[in-house]
Design a protein around this ligand. Structure first.
Ligand code: NDP
Length: 276
């Protein structure tokens, strides 16, 4: 029997990248899946891949920072599938200041607020809303963090790194509250993954390509010698969402970065200079 047979999963940010790959993997392995994101067209593409494989899908188009969208996610999942077993808090973004001279700590605080809204507040709110249902099903939560939140610094990703560091601590603290009720929470911390993430964050096409090529071709940055794929991360998320496979892992974050976090600080300084 498939490992997620009979399970119901909500995967946020499943119109693209890591979230899409996760929804597809959980679905392929037996789960019914609620997918969500703002981009209708890309959401439909995820839905089509899932339905072609015979997966039951619930589609919620909307902005995850809005309370109504979060409510619709929970309510429509319960209405269509009757329960929630797995919540993957994957939707996230990094934003550049519209003024390109403002980087790092000079980036506007409105950008900080936007970063916190999508990466932190929406995650907290969705956990609050799903918690009673996950207690009922004895379910799992997997949050998506990043290596940019760790002790090494990634220059110019200050606000994003701060937001994800909050997710790391949220995972550690809340996992203890939840495990008392039989619910597990863990997270993954990806390194550089080949998705539209950099473009979505406001980096122009040329700079995004430069960054991708720089990372992928430099073993000083990524010892594995390649960018990660969405599937690399999805497999780890699925492992943490699988009670059978990972039942004794609680409140942890698994790093998936090809070894990058062991070398990233010096490399990021060099990269910042290269980009000017
Ligand atoms: P993508 O840009 O490909 O995907 C981001 C997803 O989040 C999209 O589906 C997007 O949907 C959704 N999203 C963003 N903002 C909102 C919003 N306000 N409301 C609803 N949905 C939203 O990037 P990735 O797949 O790479 O990113 C997924 C996660 O992985 C993020 O949390 C990111 O921080 C994290 N991560 C990524 C890394 C990388 O190198 N790619 C490295 C480390 C962590 P839509 O646009 O349709 O709204």
């Amino acid at each position: 029997m498939s490992r997620f047979a009979g399970k119901v999963a909500i995967v946020t940010g499943s119109s693209s990248g890591i979230g899409r790959a996760t929804a597809i993997l959980l679905g392929k392995d037996g789960a019914k899946v609620t997918i969500t994101g703002r981009n209708q067209k890309r959401l439909e593409e995820t839905a089509q891949t899932l339905t072609k494989s015979g997966v039951e899908v619930n589609i919620v188009a909307g902005d995850i920072t809005k309370s109504e969208c979060q409510d619709t996610l929970v309510e429509s999942t319960l209405k269509k599938f009757g329960k929630i077993d797995i919540l993957v808090n994957n939707a996230g973004a990094s934003f550049a200041d519209p003024d390109p001279t403002k980087t790092g700590i000079n980036t506007g605080v409105d950008i900080l607020q936007k970063t916190l809204d999508v990466n932190v507040l929406s995650v907290v709110q969705l956990i609050q809303k799903c918690k009673p249902h996950l207690i009922k099903s004895q379910g799992e939560i997997v949050n998506v963090s990043t290596i940019a939140s760790q002790k090494t610094s990634v220059i110019h990703l200050t606000y994003y790194g701060m937001a994800k560091a909050a997710i790391d601590q949220l995972t550690r603290c809340t996992s203890l509250e939840l495990i008392e009720h039989g619910v597990r929470m863990n997270s993954v911390s990806p390194g550089f993954i080949d998705t539209p993430f950099l473009n979505a964050g406001g980096l122009d096409e040329t700079s995004a390509k430069k960054v991708a090529e720089y990372y992928a071709s430099n073993r000083d940055c990524i010892p594995s010698g390649r960018a990660g794929t969405s599937e690399d991360v999805a497999k780890c998320i699925a492992f943490l969402a699988d009670r059978e496979a990972s039942s004794y892992i609680v409140g942890q974050s698994i790093v998936i970065d090809g070894g990058a976090s062991l070398v990233v600080t010096m490399a990021s300084q060099k990269l910042a200079k290269m980009l000017g």
